[in-house]
Design a protein around this ligand. Structure first.
Ligand SMILES: Nc1ncnc2c1ncn2[C@@H]1O[C@H](COP(=O)(O)OP(=O)(O)O)[C@@H](O)[C@H]1O
Ligand SMILES: N[C@@H](CC(=O)OP(=O)(O)O)C(=O)O
Length: 412
């Protein structure tokens, strides 16, 4: 059985949904199809959550109207029985008339997960009307996680049992990416951009023959084409190179996607949903690592420097305290470096998490920070590639290993 994953960009309008139907009809009539929220719906729902928590009623109403109008606009260009979609929209509107219940992250998952529910309800209805035998499955009944809201950890045993029971291999299963459910019935999400990971979870559980993620790019390139003009398609990539590129921030694949696939030797194809004849990129058990230098840019980075207030060394006890605080705040470290009594980390400057992190760190450390930075990673670098990216940049921090260099820079 094949697993397909369609992201928000691929189903941002009615034409995108029709294109999905065309691809499924041509290449995946017996596939599990994992779909993300349409277009930028997740961002809109995030804004709705923050406004709801802050009791900013006009913004909540504006976001509800925006989400409804956007999905109604897409349905207007399609055919199908969309009654389930209207029920979900009504449920969202009625939920937000009362005050939010639960912690911020729990409330977030309750609302933001609905983007994927809406998209899959529209797509399943459209495929059914188009004569494609389709079952809509609820990922909340399939993907069992712990209660780490916004970053659910998968219970693989339970998830595998549920997925095997639910998926009918003779037809198309439409399943939401990104979302799951804890044992107590509360909805969780797997982390932003987590639908690629959902596809890998389903593939792992079903021992799928392959996973294909359909993208708005020809495949995995040696840099994000939004940043670089002369990119090169990477036709074949080892699991190891793929996991390293994704880990450093090549957003074309979610970093958690690779491990479940590598563990079962399931190939991952990254292909264009625009040019569906093109082969794209194959990630799998291939002998040869990459030779082309690859560039990864992360913007809006924050460099945090910590100095123990008691002048103690940055050794095991301080390190474990620091990592504990980062884990508690849910902030991932993109790069770290230490000297005897200083520890520097580079993180995404996520406004919703950084303030509480800095408050916690200030209890034991003198904290300083520098914002508005870029983190540039080059895998398989040489000096000319470093020189190329440092034009008009001031270098604040550099870290080199045999294959990878990371540069923290500020616009000069
Ligand atoms: N190395 C890379 N190769 C190809 N695309 C990349 C790379 N790094 C970043 N990207 C970006 O990833 C985007 C596709 O991912 P994303 O927008 O998250 O898709 P989706 O919504 O389908 O999951 C591309 O439009 C491209 O800008
Ligand atoms: N909708 C979620 C999950 C996801 O993976 O989306 P996409 O496939 O469009 O990146 C998000 O935006 O985070």
């Amino acid at each position: 059985m094949k697993v397909f994953k369609f992201g928000g960009a691929s189903v941002k309008d009615a034409a995108g949904v029709q294109n999905l139907a065309r691809i499924v009809r041509q290449q995946g009539m017996k596939s599990a199809v994992i779909v993300s929220a349409m277009g930028k719906t997740t961002n809109a729902l995030e804004e709705l959550v923050w406004a709801w928590i802050a009791n900013e009623r006009p913004t909540v109403d504006a976001k509800l109207t925006q989400v409804r109008a956007y999905h109604e606009g897409i349905m207007a260009g399609l055919t199908g029985d969309f009654s389930a979609v209207y029920q979900t929209l009504a449920g969202l509107e009625s939920l937000t008339t009362s005050a939010p219940a639960g912690g911020t992250d729990e409330v977030y998952d309750q609302i933001v997960s609905l983007g994927e529910v809406l998209s899959t309800q529209i797509i399943a209805a459209h495929l059914q009307r188009a004569g494609i035998p389709t079952r809509w499955l609820d990922a909340r009944q399939l993907v069992r996680t712990d209660v780490t809201f916004r970053e659910g950890k998968v219970d693989w045993t339970e998830t595998k049992k549920r997925i095997i029971d639910a998926v009918d291999k003779q037809q198309v299963s439409i399943i939401q990416g990104f979302i799951g459910q804890a044992a107590d019935g509360r909805t969780t999400t797997l982390g932003r951009e987590g639908s690629d990971y959902s596809a890998a979870i389903v593939a792992f559980c079903l021992n799928a023959e392959s996973v294909t993620i359909w993208k708005d790019v020809p495949g995995v390139l040696n840099a994000d084409p939004k940043w670089f003009d002369d990119t090169v398609l990477l036709q074949r990539i080892t699991y190891q190179d793929a996991i390293e590129l994704a880990y450093y921030g090549a957003t074309v694949i979610h970093p958690k996607t690779i491990k479940p696939l590598q563990n079962k030797h399931i190939p991952l194809y990254v292909r264009s949903f625009i040019d569906t004849e093109a082969p794209g990129t194959m990630i799998g058990d291939i002998g040869q690592h990459l030779t082309t230098p690859s560039f990864i840019f992360k913007v809006n980075q924050l460099l945090i420097s910590l100095h123990p207030t008691d002048f103690s060394f940055i050794a095991e006890d301080n390190l474990s305290r620091i990592f504990g605080r980062f884990a508690q705040a849910g902030v991932k470290i993109n790069l770290m470096q230490n000297t005897a009594i200083s520890f520097s980390v580079v993180v995404d400057n996520d406004q919703t998490r950084i303030k509480s992190l800095l408050d916690m760190l200030r209890q034991d450390f003198q904290v300083s920070y520098n914002d508005g930075l870029e983190l540039i990673t080059i895998r398989y670098y040489d000096q000319s590639t470093i020189d190329r990216v440092l034009v008009n940049k001031r270098l604040l921090l550099e870290q080199k290993s045999r294959y990878t260099v990371q540069l923290v820079v500020k616009e000069a």
